[in-house]
Design a binder for this molecule. Structure first.
Ligand code: 5GP
Length: 208
């Protein structure tokens, strides 16, 4: 009905499990495009250029900003991150839904420029549980866990500005809630505006 795809923005604090929820959702919706971001941070072990991120130098990143190549960009934990504009716009034009997994400053920039974008924030069931999940990973030292927790508290302050909140109790439940949110978003009058106008135009010429 609507020829344009839905722009879905997914955020949440580090350790909340948003990547896992998104993976589960994308497995069931393989036609949804996942936007690969650009970043100035160094690749972690196993990360592949072009699949996990486009790893750019500061100069390359700056040059893309100047060419208006980013839909949004922000600084997070000392590194720059940005969503390459072209791939997202091309997919949306083709009617393909696009998911951005980005932090809150970037998400709010997207909403500002594109009010039709749907912003989803993933919360932990409680702050204690987030602490447990972050510490339980065992991959970071105590100081890093503390830093991530204080970042998380700051990020969660922005949750009120999002359209929907998912509380990640279990991955399956959270992915199913995301599916329902996408379904609801595709049935708003705003999203179906073009279709409504087509039917209105038909009504003017039909059955006379
Ligand atoms: P990490 O370095 O752990 O992969 O990501 C750090 C944070 O940057 C995460 O919250 C992630 O969602 C966010 N991020 C990843 N790509 C982008 C992007 O293109 N734009 C913005 N604003 N944030 C991003």
């Amino acid at each position: 009905m609507n020829k344009k795809g839905l722009l879905l923005v997914f955020s949440g604090p580090s350790g909340v499990g948003k990547g896992t929820v998104l993976k589960e959702y994308l497995k069931a919706h393989p036609n949804t495009a996942f936007s690969v971001s650009a970043t100035t941070r160094s690749p972690r072990e196993g990360e592949v250029h072009g699949r996990h991120y486009f790893f750019l130098s500061h100069e390359e990143f700056q040059s893309l900003i100047e060419k208006k190549g980013f839909l949004e960009h922000a600084q997070f934990a000392g590194n720059h991150y940005g969503t390459p504009r072209k791939a997202v716009e091309e997919s949306l034009e083709k009617g393909i839904d696009v998911v951005l997994e980005i932090e809150v400053q970037g998400a709010l920039q997207v909403k500002n420029q594109n009010p039709d974008a749907v912003l989803v924030f993933v919360m932990p069931p409680s702050f204690e549980e987030l602490h447990r999940r972050l510490a339980g990973r065992g991959t970071e030292d105590a100081a890093t866990v503390e830093r991530r927790l204080s970042n998380a508290a700051r990020e969660m302050e922005a949750a009120k500005q999002y359209d929907y909140i998912i509380v990640n109790q279990t991955v399956e439940e959270a992915a199913s809630q995301l599916e329902q949110i996408v379904c609801a978003a595709k049935h708003t009058a705003g999203y179906l505006n073009e279709f409504i106008e087509e039917v209105e135009d038909d009504a003017k010429t039909c059955c006379k």
